[in-house]
Design a protein around this ligand. Structure first.
Ligand code: ARG
Length: 294
């Protein structure tokens, strides 16, 4: 038998770095352009306490918040995404968290019904925007906080419950879209919305922090997404799971350092955007972003 000389065997770059290349990781992830709806943070403030991140008497640096928010919008546009804006309403300080206003799938809008009375008027403000933009809006009968708790992932909608959106609303979502809804039980009040503990990378994979979920829900996620990227508590506390992915680029908090390394290892490209000022209200990148899926 004739063997080639050792020196002709080429090492892949990953091999040279001391790690074997994972054959299931594509060399190049493909981004898909998105349409986002966002709300200017002009009236953003912490005026009430409805989650553990919000503290009484917190001062928000509005200029810093605006600068951080504008950097996010610039990053979206620089990566080819379309960004629409809704006019903010005075005295609705959380309206900047556009994700909570709806879930939009195939051009159909499932609106919101907020848990906290202070946020309820936001539903109407967003409904007005959607109607003007040519969408009909379904108003849920049960408490439901839009993409905060409802996350389309491939063939399913992943749906969080435990703190805000109810299981009754999950049933309404399934009935409205005719898409299988997977109910997931959130157990840690710091991760009160599903989008603080999990985000979708692309049509077939997600990233999440397992301990934010009940044991049964953890098992469901492991069955559905055996190759998921798992985050640490530090990543979750830095709001690293409140990220937005276009299938290649992941707009993510720069403070979620370990998660960024993991994502890179899986072939994604982290795009750091710091929304630290919004974390005073328990929000981050994804909270500020509603996706309009046509
Ligand atoms: N202060 C807001 C609340 O507690 C923050 C909402 C964050 N939004 C989100 N999609 N997680 O309702």
């Amino acid at each position: 038998m004739h063997l080639p000389p050792f020196s002709t065997v080429e090492a892949t770059p990953a091999d040279t770095a001391g790690k074997r290349r994972n054959p299931s990781v594509p060399d190049s992830r493909v981004p898909r352009p998105r349409r986002f709806l966002v709300c200017d943070p002009r009236h953003f403030a912490v005026q009430y306490v409805i989650n553990p991140w919000m503290q009484p008497d917190t001062q928000v640096d509005v200029d810093l918040a605006r600068g951080q928010w504008e950097a996010l919008i610039r990053a979206y546009r620089a990566h080819g995404h379309t960004v629409d804006t809704v006019e903010p309403v005075a005295d609705l300080p959380d309206m900047v968290f556009a994700a909570n206003s709806a879930l939009v799938l195939a051009g159909r809008v499932f609106g919101s019904y907020f848990h906290a009375p202070q946020r309820r008027p936001e539903s109407t403000a967003y409904e007005t925007w959607f109607k003007t933009a040519g969408f009909d809006v379904y108003r849920p009968e049960s408490v439901c906080e839009g993409e905060g708790d409802l996350i389309p992932a491939g063939r399913y909608v992943l749906a969080g419950t435990g703190f805000r959106t109810t299981r009754e609303a999950h049933r309404e979502v399934q009935e409205f879209f005719g898409v299988p809804v997977i109910s997931l039980q959130l157990v840690d009040p710091r991760f009160y919305h599903l989008d603080t503990a999990l985000f979708v990378l692309d049509d077939s994979n997600i990233a999440y922090y397992p301990e934010a979920f009940s044991p049964g829900s953890r098992e469901v996620l492991a069955r559905l997404f055996p190759d998921a990227v798992l985050a640490t508590l530090e990543d979750a506390m830095a709001f690293g799971l409140n990220s937005v992915s276009d299938g290649r680029h992941v707009f993510i908090s720069p403070r979620a350092e370990a998660l960024a390394v993991e994502l890179t290892r899986h072939g994604y490209v982290p795009v750091p955007v710091d929304l630290s000022e919004f974390q005073k209200a328990g929000g981050g990148i994804k909270c500020c972003t509603q996706e309009i899926r046509s």
